[in-house]
Design a protein around this ligand. Sequence first.
Ligand code: ZN
Length: 166
Amino acid sequence: MERYFAASLSTLPRLRFEDVERIVGRHSTTKEARLSKGYKFFVEAFIHNYQVSNVVDRKVVVRARCYRSMRKNEEPHTLEMALESEEVVGVSTYMCSCAAGKGLCNHLTTLLYQTAHYVQLNLQTVPPPLACTGSTSRGSEGTSCPETKISWEDWNQVYPIQGLHR
Ligand SMILES: [Zn+2]
C-alpha cells in the first residue's frame, strides 16, 4: 500500500506523555536534557507543517518541521519518525536534519510531545497555525513572518520516504 500524508490525525496511535518519556529514555542517553528541551520547544510551538501518514505495515509516519531557535527566521529542521502501534506505542525509525539527528534529538522529542498533545486533545485534524503576529514576536530582530511552507513533493525529494525502510 502506498504511503501518503495528510493533516488528518485519525491514524495516530494513542501516544501518551508517559510514552514520550519511555521512548526518549530508550533512544537517548541524555534523557532528562532531551525531555526538558523538547518540552520547552513544544510549549514554544516550534513544530509546524505537522503531517501524518496512513497506516502501512502497522506503521504511521509523522513528519514536521521544527524551528531552531526562538528567532524562527533560520531554516527549520526537518523531522520524520515512524510510530508503531503495538500494545505500547514504539518508534521504529526516525530522522532529523540537525547534526544530532542520528540519535533521538531535542527536535524529535518535541515532535513526540506534539503528537502526545494532539492525541490527548483527541483532535481529528492538525489545527491551523496561529496567525503571525509580526513585530510582537518576542522582541526578535526578525519581524516578518518566516515562509516555512514547503511542498510535500519537495520534501520527498530531500527525504525520500523509502529512506525509512532501512
Ligand atoms: Zn534534531
